[in-house]
Design a protein around this ligand. Structure first.
Ligand code: ATP
Ligand code: MN
Length: 465
C-alpha cells in the first residue's frame, strides 16, 4: 500500500479507509485489552496513534516494540475516541523495520540538551530537535523567498579564499602541504609555492567582499552559505562553522539599509509564525513560555534606531543608577558585549534596536566613515535574548579613503587589489549586512544554545559527528 505521511493522515477525514503509515515509535503503552503506539515520521511534531488489539498479534513481537523502533503499519483510519487527537489508526498488520535496543540514547524523555549533544547524531529523532530543524528549513525557504521576491540574485561566493574579510585572523587554513615536511625559506617562513593554490589559503569568514563584486554588477545580491571562524569563543552564540546570509545592494543609503534589515527579519519571523505553528506551539510549551509572544511583538514593533554614542550614554546612566554588568562599561570607544546589547533591547527599550555610527576603530576596514572622521555608518541589529543578530554597514566607496584605511591598519594592500577594483572602476555607493542564520534560529525557536540549532555543531574541540 502507498505510504501516507503522518502530517497528511492527521488531516484526513476519510474514516474507514485503509491506510499505510510508517515511522518511529515515540511511546508504546500496553494493557490487557489494547495497545497504543504513538508513531512519528518527522513530517510533523504530532504523532499518530496506532491502536492494536494484542490478541491479533504475536505477543513476543508486540512486546519487543519499544520507543525508537521503526514500523510499517497497515490499518484503518478511524475517528479517535481519545482526547487530543481527531484520527487514529486501527492497526491490522505491523511490519517491524527495525527494533530499538534498550541502550538507545534517546529513550528517556526529558534528557538535558547537554546530554543530547553527546549523541548529536541521534538527537534529531526527538520532538524538540524535530521541531527545531523543521523550523530551520522553513527559515531557509523564507530567506530565499524574501530576496527572490525583492529582486535580489542568489550569488555564490567561494568558501576557499586567499583574503581575510574581517582583517582579524581567526581563520582555518586550507592546505595540501605535508605538515611533517614543510619547506621553509631563509627567514624560516613556510613556502606556499608548492601548496595546492600556490599561496596561503583559508576557509572564508564571510562572503561579503566577493558579494560586493556581485552587487556592483547585478545591483542586488545575497549569499547564503557556510562560513568558518577559528575563534576560540566558547559562548552559547558562537560556532566555528555557521551559516550566514549576506545581502549586498548598490545605491542604498544608511536609512534604506536599516529599512531593509528590519523588513527582512520581520518577514522571516512572521514566516515562522504562519508556517511553523505546530512546532512553535510545542516549543512555546516546552522551551520558553513567552516564545510566541516575543515573536509576535518583534513583528509588530518598530525597531529603535540608536546611535552608538547615545547607547553608551544609556549604559553609563544605568551603571550610575546601580545596574551591574559582568563586563565593565568603559565609555565611548568600547565594544559592546552581548549583555550590554541585551540591556538596551530587553530592559531599556523593550524592543529590537538598530545601533548605528560606531567608532571606526572597533569595526572593519570597509565601512564608510562619517564626516566627523571618528564614526562609521554601521547598522547592527540587536535582538532580545541574542544581542547582535545582524552586522551591517554602508561601505566606503571612495578608492583613496579605502586604500588609506587598509594601509593604516597594516593590511596588505596587494591582497585586496581585486576588491579595490570595485572602487577604481565605476565605484558606487552601496551597503549590506550579514545575518547569522543560527542566531535567527535561536531567536525563533527559543533555544538557549547555538549548538542546539545546527544539526552537527562545530565548536572548539568538537567535530565528532
Ligand atoms: P560577535 O560580536 O557576536 O562575535 P561579529 O561582530 O563577529 O559578532 P559579524 O562579523 O558582523 O559578527 O558577522 C555577522 C553576523 O554573523 C553576526 O551578526 C552574527 O549573527 C553572526 N555570527 C558572527 N560570528 C558568529 C559565530 N562565531 N557563530 C555564529 N554566528 C556568528
Ligand atoms: Mn565575532
Amino acid at each position: 500500500m502507498k505510504r501516507t505521511k503522518v502530517v497528511d493522515a492527521l488531516q484526513c477525514t476519510d474514516f474507514g479507509k485503509e491506510i499505510n503509515v510508517r515511522g518511529w515509535v515515540r511511546s508504546h503503552r500496553s494493557s490487557k485489552a489494547v495497545d497504543f503506539i504513538a508513531l512519528n515520521d518527522g513530517s510533523t511534531i504530532k504523532n499518530i496513534q496506532i491502536v492494536v488489539d494484542p490478541t491479533a498479534f504475536d505477543a513476543e513481537v508486540l512486546k519487543s516494540i519499544t520507543t525508537g523502533s521503526c514500523l510499517n503499519v497497515d490499518g484503518v483510519l478511524v475517528e479517535s475516541q481519545g482526547k487530543g487527537q481527531t484520527v487514529e489508526v486501527t492497526g491490522k498488520h505491523i511490519e517491524v523495520y527495525g527494533l530499538c535496543p534498550s541502550d538507545y540514547p534517546m529513550q528517556k524523555k526529558g534528557q538535558s540538551f547537554e546530554y543530547m549533544r553527546k549523541y548529536a547524531h541521534m538527537r534529531l529523532r526527538t520532538n524538540t530537535f524535530g521541531a527545531v530543524f523543521r523550523i530551520r528549513h522553513n527559515m531557509a525557504i523564507a530567506i530565499h523567498k524574501y530576496f527572490h521576491d525583492h529582486g535580489f540574485f542568489y550569488f555564490h561566493t567561494p568558501l576557499i579564499t586567499a583574503s581575510d574579510a574581517e582583517g582579524a585572523g581567526d581563520m582555518f587554513q586550507v592546505t595540501t602541504l605535508n605538515l611533517n615536511e614543510l619547506t621553509r625559506d631563509e627567514n624560516g617562513n613556510i613556502d606556499y609555492k608548492d601548496d595546492f593554490f600556490g599561496r596561503k589559503t583559508s576557509l572564508t569568514v564571510s562572503g561579503q567582499l566577493e558579494g560586493e563584486l556581485g552587487a556592483t554588477a547585478l545591483g542586488a545580491i545575497y549569499t547564503f552559505g557556510p562560513t568558518f571562524r577559528a575563534e576560540n569563543s566558547n559562548t552559547p552564540r558562537h560556532l566555528a562553522e555557521f551559516w550566514m546570509i549576506e545581502p549586498e545592494v548598490a545605491f542604498i543609503d544608511k536609512d534604506e539599509l536599516m529599512d531593509l534589515e528590519e523588513d527582512f527579519i520581520k518577514y522571516c519571523v512572521n514566516w515562522a509564525l504562519t508556517h511553523c505553528k505546530d512546532d512553535l506551539e510545542f516549543l512555546n510549551q516546552m522551551i520558553d513560555k513567552s516564545l510566541i509572544q516575543t515573536l509576535e511583538s518583534v513583528v509588530k514593533e518598530r525597531f529603535v534606531r540608536l546611535p552608538y554614542t547615545e547607547g553608551i550614554n544609556i549604559l553609563e546612566q544605568a551603571v550610575a543608577n546601580g545596574r551591574q554588568f559582568e563586563f565593565p562599561v568603559t565609555g565611548w570607544g568600547m565594544d559592546l558585549s552581548s549583555e550590554h546589547e541585551r540591556y538596551l533591547v530587553e530592559e531599556h527599550f523593550k524592543r529590537p534596536v538598530i545601533m548605528t555610527d560606531y567608532p571606526a576603530e572597533i569595526k572593519a576596514f570597509y565601512m564608510k566613515k562619517n564626516d566627523d572622521g571618528k564614526t562609521m555608518q554601521g547598522t547592527d541589529v540587536l535582538f532580545p535574548r541574542i544581542g547582535e543578530i545582524i552586522g551591517g554597514s554602508v561601505r566606503e566607496e571612495d578608492y583613496g579613503k579605502l586604500v588609506a584605511e587598509i594601509k593604516s591598519r597594516g593590511m596588505e594592500e596587494s591582497a585586496y587589489s581585486w576588491y579595490l577594483d570595485t572602487r577604481k572602476y565605476g565605484s558606487c555607493p552601496h551597503g549590506g549586512f550579514g545575518l547569522g542564520f543560527e542566531r535567527l534560529i535561536l531567536f525563533v525557536t527559543g533555544m538557549q544554545n547555538i549548538r542546539d540549532v545546527i544539526p552537527f555543531p562545530r565548536t572548539p574541540k568538537n567535530a565528532e559527528f
